[in-house]
Design a protein around this ligand. Structure first.
Ligand SMILES: [Zn+2]
Length: 382
């Protein structure tokens, strides 16, 4: 395919929404034009961008795939640059790079039969949601959650990640990042698309968003006594994803707003709805179930399962000795009952052969501690 001649320049400019790589979740109004085989992106208050056709990936997006996501890799960011273009105005782009749209067109055709289901879901969800509010019946929340397709979960996860980036830097390279990836890889099952992100924050906290996005604070890495303790926390957070606990809580608290936003690929609304991800509280039963699954997963990954218990002991000792509670403590109470329950579950578990994680933890701790201190928000009494 040769470069499109200048005469195929599109006019007038095509409206779009631009989400910079690693940038804010709300996006910017943008205008697109095509000239000399490249896409020109004009955004208010931001420098203009030129992206060659070869770098662009085009995917069908949004409710009933009525939008197109044009993305290209951002330097040093996991998330690509993203442009959202409505199908109604995409014709000039289709004309200049038809090959880019063929995969998405196949997806759109395939989704047509799901359109009825989507509309049904939109009509049904409000009814179910109102009913859930009125009756506060858990089975209804379960019903709604069981109808949420995996791509909605992934959209929520992406929005949570975009939001997390806005709130502070992520550590995306170096030994502490690598250590987290090593632990995460050992824990993930072959068919699981889990992402592990390290946030540069002093608070002892970790959380998991729908779609398998797990975020760990450097403060938690700095306080964990071993890589196995971090593995225990990660296994617990993964269990919350697996059991769709976060999704349930989002449906219960933000409800329909988030689900509809996800169906429409509305990242702005999603980011707002998912803002309190790190503060979601689960029931005691949900916590116990997540602990149980975490111990199973640790054994399966041949990681010493005591890490989970050890970490909760570390948390409870912090509670006794200091004025401020770890952030994780408010959502994961490390009380005597929980510790006793994990102890007895560990005692019941069949012994496993353990393969060490092979991480020099004292050096990782030091690096994570430095990253946390650089934020300058540590309690001076510590
Ligand atoms: Zn939990």
């Amino acid at each position: 395919m040769s470069a499109a001649p200048a005469s195929t320049a599109t006019s007038p400019p095509i409206p779009a929404r631009y989400y910079p790589a690693g940038g804010d979740a709300h996006g910017h109004a943008a205008r697109l034009s095509w000239q000399d085989g490249a896409l020109h992106v004009t955004v208010d208050d931001l420098p203009a961008l030129t992206v060659s056709a070869a770098r662009l990936r085009v995917e069908a997006r949004g409710f009933n795939h009525s939008q197109w996501a044009l993305n290209w890799a951002g330097d040093g960011h996991d998330a690509p640059h993203l442009l959202i273009v409505d199908d109604a105005v995409a014709a000039p782009l289709r004309a200049v790079m038809p090959g880019h749209f063929t995969g998405g067109d196949r997806q759109r055709r395939g989704s047509r039969h799901r359109f009825g289901l989507g509309v049904g879901l939109l009509v049904l969800l409000p009814l179910l949601f109102v009913a859930a509010l009125l009756l506060s019946l858990d089975p209804l929340t379960d019903r709604v959650v069981s109808h949420i397709p995996p791509e909605v979960e992934r959209h929520i996860g992406e929005a949570v990640l975009a939001r997390t980036r806005l709130e502070g830097p992520l550590i995306e390279a170096g030994p502490a990042h690598e250590a987290l990836q090593t632990i995460g890889r050992r824990l993930a099952r072959p068919d699981e698309a889990l992402q592990f992100h390290l946030a540069e924050r002093p608070e002892i906290n970790a959380f998991a968003a729908p779609g398998g996005v797990v975020v760990v604070n450097s403060g938690l890495m700095a306080r964990a006594a071993s890589a196995e303790e971090v593995a225990g926390v990660l296994a617990h957070e993964i269990a919350h994803v697996e059991l769709r606990h976060s999704l349930r809580q989002i449906v219960r608290s933000a409800g329909l707003r988030v689900i509809v936003a996800a169906l429409f690929g509305d990242f702005g609304a999603l980011g707002g709805g998912a803002a309190q991800m790190g503060e979601l509280k689960f029931s005691r039963d949900a916590e116990r179930e997540a602990d149980r699954r975490a111990l199973e997963r640790l054994a399966e990954a041949r990681i010493a399962p005591h890490g989970l218990l050890d970490f909760f002991r570390t948390l409870s000792s912090l509670e006794g000795g200091q004025g401020t509670l770890p952030a994780l403590f408010s959502t994961h109470p490390a009380n005597a009952e929980r510790i006793a329950w994990i102890e007895s579950a560990l005692a019941r578990q069949a012994p496993t052969t353990v393969q060490p994680l092979g991480i020099n933890w004292s050096s990782i701790r030091q690096i994570a501690d430095n990253a946390s201190q650089e934020k300058g928000t540590r309690n001076p009494k510590e």
